[in-house]
Design a protein around this ligand. Sequence first.
Ligand code: C2E
Ligand code: MG
Ligand code: MG
Ligand code: MG
Length: 292
Amino acid sequence: ALYVAKANKAERSHFWASFQGEEVFSGESNLPYLTLLQQDEGLIAYYQPILHLATGRIIGIEALARLRQGTEIILPDTFIPHLDSRAAQMLTSRILRIATRTAQQLHIAGFPLEVAVNIPPDALFADNFLPELQAVLADCTLAPEQLTLEILENGDFLSLQLAQEKIATIRSLGVRVALDDVGSAYASLLRLKEIAVDEVKLDQCLVRGIPEQPGDLIFVGSVAALALSMGSRYVVEGAETPETLDALAVLGVDCVQGYAIARPMPEESLLPWLQAWTPEPQNNQPKTLLGA
Ligand code: C2E
Ligand code: MG
Ligand code: MG
Ligand code: MG
């Protein structure tokens, strides 16, 4: 195993895990997560389909990390906040490998989908990130444009020159970059406009009120205008009902991800699900959503 977590008997309140020969400090509560993370079967990816509204086709999947402990599946919001920087980097590398392998298998099975992977700032800023990304691309048959890296919209780190340089370098390789959870932080939409990305992904908290809440409709529509002016694809996540899907189609949204289409599913369910999917363009005739 790459990663060995071991209890430090001298100091019971902490333990050190060694990762590729280096010592990593972590709090005690991390131990179960780190132990699972190092196991081949402990870290897995679930996948959620991404629907292109105009055609009704599934154009991509997002890889979502899960830890598996026996029959229990642990969600990322439970374990990701406990990971230190190095563990977050390891998670990212492994999910990148797992997700590109899955996408490659789907291509072979006749579904040439894009695959999206979440990249935390710790991994993005790591020195070995770009060489590793190039190695991942070299080791798989995916075209770079079939890989999307989702970077959290967090005004603080995105404003760094270094973040913008990393994003530009990733894009120069042909890999797509998405800003994830747009609207969840306090970053100004105008500042987002300065950052060149391929995709803007609206946070799900802004979709809850669609189609009932006029304020949410206006916000979703405003970000559509922003994405259009940036030349970026506009993806909305968290659509839970068919009514929401219809409303989003009218608001200028390109793609949607949400329980209304499918919940995240384990790899083995993906191919049967895709085979059963019948593309049907979503209703995109203008309606009187804004009370006109
Ligand atoms: P995210 O990247 O914004 O991913 C979307 C989350 O929204 C997923 O939660 C997904 O299951 C959930 N979701 C999608 N559609 C709906 C819906 O219609 N209703 C509701 N209520 N939820 C929906 P998940 O898988 O629990 O992941 C949560 C967050 O954890 C992700 O948010 C992402 O920020 C992070 N995460 C997941 N996998 C990874 C990973 O491999 N690496 C890193 N660094 N972070 C990850
Ligand atoms: Mg994401
Ligand atoms: Mg998101
Ligand atoms: Mg999120």
